[in-house]
Design a protein around this ligand. Structure first.
Ligand SMILES: O=C(O)c1ccccc1N[C@@H]1O[C@H](COP(=O)(O)O)[C@@H](O)[C@H]1O
Length: 233
């Protein structure tokens, strides 16, 4: 189970969370968000994590493959490419109204910077019809992320989507569940919809952009224990 902890803004928290065996850290590159972090500040975190990789990877093998994901909302090619280069990111999450064509063209642009770059398209799902959109993206992205719809906020809302409509959701690519996850409800979410990955932000925070490291640890342990139970271990 792929685990992404999003809304990282602080170096000490990034270092602590990276050692918990998560797969990805997310950085909000959306200026209007209370979790916004500049490319320069992301670069300080990513370079420190890279420097620590050789020591820590022995105890925590996932650390060596940690994805560093920038979250964008209707940003231009040039803004995304500049941020990727400056911040040292290896994955992009598009959280706005980006089309499948935009995703496809962005991948071509980004492959000149990093041919292995990962592309994640977030869909803010209101109903079954919104869910159908996922099929338009499954050939042009590495993963689809499903978040809750909110009329006023683009993300980090802490709202859950209707998990019942996801019970038979099987796109042709990996998909991750987001939206209002927390240590309190993640086991139920996994049992009901069994996604390939999980993404959490506000459910493991003290305040916007300030992660509660103890809650993050609980979240990660719960995800792992659900996975081991599913494997019969
Ligand atoms: O977190 C934000 O402020 C944000 C702003 C703009 C776009 C996306 C944002 N966050 C994403 O929202 C989801 C779910 O967050 P939560 O767990 O419900 O708080 C997650 O994918 C974040 O990447």
């Amino acid at each position: 189970m792929y685990i992404k902890i999003c809304g990282i803004t602080k170096l000490d928290q990034a270092q602590a969370i990276a050692q918990m065996g998560v797969n990805a850290l997310g950085f909000i590159c959306v200026r209007a968000s209370p979790r916004y972090i500049s490319a320069t500040a992301i670069a300080q975190i990513t370079s420190s994590l890279l420097a620590a990789q050789s020591e820590i990877a022995e105890d925590s093998p996932k650390f060596a493959e940690l994805d560093l994901i920038g979250v964008f909302l209707n940003a231009s090619f040039s803004e995304i490419c500049e941020t990727v280069t400056q911040a040292g990111l290896n994955a992009i999450q598009l959280h706005g109204d980006e089309s499948p064509e935009f995703c496809d063209q962005l991948r071509s642009h980004l492959s000149a910077i990093n041919p292995k770059i990962k592309l994640i398209k977030a869909l803010r799902v209101r109903d079954q019809a919104g869910l159908e959109q996922a099929h338009l993206f499954s050939n042009v992205v590495d993963a689809i992320l499903l978040d809750a719809y909110d009329p006023h906020m683009a993300g980090g809302t802490g709202k859950t989507l209707d998990w019942q409509i996801l019970r038979d959701f099987r796109p042709n690519c990996d998909w991750w569940l987001a939206g209002g996850l927390s240590p309190e409800n993640v086991a139920e979410a996994i049992a009901l919809v069994n996604p390939n990955g999980l993404d959490v932000s506000s459910g493991v925070e003290r305040a916007a952009g300030d992660k509660d490291v103890t809650k993050v640890e609980q979240f990660v342990q719960l995800c792992n224990s659900c996975r081991y139970r599913a494997l019969g271990l």
